[in-house]
Design a protein around this ligand. Sequence first.
Ligand SMILES: *Cc1c(COP(=O)(O)O)cnc(C)c1O
Length: 427
Amino acid sequence: MASSASPLPGAPYLHHAHGELHLEGVALSQLALQYGTPLFAYSKAAMLHALGAYQKGLAGRKATICYAMKANSNLAILQLFARAGCGFDVVSGGELARVLAAGGRADQVIFSGVGKTRQEMEHALKAGIACFNVESLAELEVLNEVALRVGRRAPVSLRVNPNVDAKTHPYISTGLKGNKFGISHEDAVAAYVHAGQLQGLEVVGIDCHIGSQITEVGPYLDTADRILDLVQAIEATGVTLKHLDFGGGLGINYRGEQPPQADALWALLLAKLDARGFGQRHLVIEPGRSLVGNAGICLTEVLYLKPGETKHFCIVDAAMNDLPRPAMYQAHHHIEAVRPRSGAAVTYDVVGPVCESGDWLGRDRDLTVQAGDVLAVCSTGAYCVAMGSNYNTRNRPAEVLVDGNQVHLIRQRETPQDQWRQEVLLP
Ligand SMILES: *Cc1c(COP(=O)(O)O)cnc(C)c1O
């Protein structure tokens, strides 16, 4: 468990006031009462603060912050970031459609992912996106072919795999050899020379992304060195790279982790770029989790307390379909009652109603709770709702955005009819 000395994940926007948990100026018990549970609530100020740290870190440079929207793709959140000047990193045609629906600019969109379809490429080309982050030689050929057919040159960057250990969970580490992402460091120069010869393509940059929930600066600095070495080798062949994209991956506080602040990290990276003569290049970054993760909480009601012989269970109304990270990655989310009670704590496994033993939200948590109490599951702004499903025909939860004392409903709670709208009965 996180030590009591470590700050509440989501602080200062998530905080105790008048004896209960608040998100900005709103009491969480009140939110649960008004909107029902399970409910996801996001602090607008927390998201803008997180973005602000990157903007501060990159102030005075040519830079584009492309929010990796797979972390949380709610339209209102995209709109908030678009209004704050963000571009977007998309990984599907669906995500590009969301950006455009939310008022984002296509020319600030970069398109990542190992499996883009021809149709997705064509749509993105016609929309006029800023760059395709290409992940294989085969994809380079297909993109060239699509571009020639559509009659537009496709701006491309190659995602290179710098073979750096991000020192994170194996499922979210992406920069090592033997992983499906990117083009190997060794093959990169030849791949650039080849890309430069394809008529449908315009080489514009280089990119990398070494993993997620990175809490140390070392892997970033190593990556920067490896990428700059490559840039020198590539440019020696006569290809010019207008932008350098360092990906995303910065971690957040789930259980007391203390990742570097984005501005502090960028001060170090910029010092390195300046020292090596690359400080004036156009820089692109793709942060996801670090912009939204600590801004969100999930409110869930305790349905039953079920004592057991070896374990006690606290059964709540949120489940792995709403919040899949514990089931998927054994991830830890801090959990506490929104209105603390006095009395002795009991150690519970906090579990959902889904018919799977893997449906748990927290293990061995000391809680003083009764049925009907509302719990806050913290640091749930990233990779929770976005990874959710309708398993067990559970409705997707409602989502709200908190702005000071104001609350905006940004996603209505789903109904069963919403769920089966696309299904067709037999004649
Ligand atoms: C997921 C992803 C990101 C964002 O990662 P975070 O850890 O959420 O910051 C950035 N770039 C690419 C290519 C990704 O796949």
